[in-house]
Design a binder for this molecule. Structure first.
Ligand SMILES: Nc1c(NC[C@H](O)[C@H](O)[C@H](O)CO)[nH]c(=O)[nH]c1=O
Ligand SMILES: CC(=O)[C@@H](O)COP(=O)(O)O
Length: 165
């Protein structure tokens, strides 16, 4: 099912766990800042709306989406009390194949962090053909991927809390 026809910002707080004790880290890429700041705002607002305390939201910044891998790794190593981390980036197709390598690299890197580490790392990286697609998914007509990522972070933090091993 494509994003079109759904709304990335839709969630029901009544179906979510109590997030008031969760501590959430966010690593934000500066590339395409107009988009990534919109994703950040969507995530921050949703976390606060779901009860996460402002002082329990940690933000780090990195140059581009490829650096999200290292930034998220170091964040999970630096704070042993985090319950989830959200990686925020926006990769837009240019003239060359660089798009393919950045997208694949980030995807595989964040996947590896979830395999190797114990803190869930949420993939909030828009990989779009055009800037308009990114605008539409960072607070535009399709909602905000940052909101979706915040909800996923809360749900995965709860899963980690309930997991026995
Ligand atoms: N073209 C985009 C990039 N490229 C930069 C890389 O992410 C990386 O910072 C560079 O290769 C140095 O390691 N990054 C994005 O986040 N979005 C793009 O559209
Ligand atoms: C994803 C990228 O690095 C890309 O936007 C850079 O543009 P280009 O492929 O034209 O160099």
């Amino acid at each position: 099912m494509a994003t079109a026809g759904t709304n990335l910002s839709a969630y029901d707080k009544n179906k979510l766990p109590d997030a008031s004790n969760f501590r959430i880290g966010l690593v934000v890429a500066a590339w395409n800042e107009e988009i990534t700041e919109g994703l950040w705002q969507g995530a921050f607002d949703a976390l606060r709306d779901c009860g996460v305390l402002k002082e329990n939201i940690v933000r780090w910044n990195v140059p581009g989406s490829f650096e999200l891998i290292y930034g998220c790794k170091k964040m999970t190593q630096s704070y042993d009390m985090l319950d989830a981390v959200i990686a925020i980036g926006n990769v837009i197709q240019g003239e060359t194949k660089h798009f393919d390598f950045v997208c694949d690299g980030v995807t595989q890197g964040i996947k590896d962090l979830n395999i190797q580490g114990d803190i869930p790392v949420i993939f909030c990286v828009l990989t779009d053909n055009t800037k308009q697609q990114s605008i539409d998914r960072s607070g535009g007509k399709h909602g905000n991927k940052g909101t979706e990522a915040a909800i996923a972070a809360i749900q995965m933090a709860q899963l980690r809390k309930e997991a026995r091993f």
